[in-house]
Design a protein around this ligand. Structure first.
Ligand code: PRP
Length: 178
């Protein structure tokens, strides 16, 4: 285990099993339909790759990059750095995010995409931190509800590191204390 990880919160196996369940749920929800999966980079990249392989539907894949500015948290204004490459008008959209925290990103994104008249918008998140919510938004498909811990791995970073850990770990305080 990485020496900066205090505890493994979710093992590879737990994540693998839960992602497969989410994929089945999503497949059943949209049976007979096509979907567009929209990943929000960078945090989504591993979850998205695993999830879409558990969805048994015709699925187009697209990505967005968005940034928040402000007081160092995600409560500032949001800017779209990379937009979709195709129209989503009339399509069933599934937003794929690694973590739902304050809800600011998702609130922005749902409004932003709704303006393009998709047939529907639903959201899949691997991790949900309900105790951190500042905006009244939720996801239809949630991998795990977690406490307010500093989690990294499986796509989630601290200072751009740890995204490649195959599990979700809690970062040791000495790894981010300066
Ligand atoms: C994270 C995560 C979500 C957002 C959630 O992205 O991927 O997009 O924060 O936080 P919120 O609910 O408070 O808006 P981050 O800005 O860390 O970028 P990254 O995906 O590149 O790691």
């Amino acid at each position: 285990m990485d020496r900066n990880i205090k505890t493994v919160l979710l093992s590879e196996e737990e994540i693998h099993n839960r992602v497969a369940e989410l994929g089945k749920q999503i497949t059943q929800r949209y049976v007979g339909e096509d979907i567009v999966c929209i990943g929000v980079l960078k945090g989504c990249f591993i979850f998205m790759a695993d999830l879409v392989r558990c969805i048994d539907l015709p699925a187009a894949i697209d990505f967005m990059v968005i940034s928040s500015y402000g007081n160092g948290t995600s409560s500032g204004d949001i800017t779209v750095k990379k937009d979709l490459s195709r129209s989503i008008e009339g399509k069933h959209v599934l937003i794929v995010e690694d973590i739902l925290d304050s809800g600011h990103t998702l609130t922005f994104l749902k409004q932003y995409l709704a303006a393009r008249n998709p047939a529907s918008i639903e959201v899949a998140v691997l991790l949900n931190k309900p105790s951190r919510r500042q905006y009244p938004v939720t996801a239809e498909y949630i991998g795990f509800e977690i406490e307010n811990e500093f989690v990294v791995g499986y796509g989630l970073d601290y200072a751009e590191l740890y995204r490649n850990l195959p599990y979700i770990g809690i970062l040791a305080p000495e790894a981010y204390a300066s």
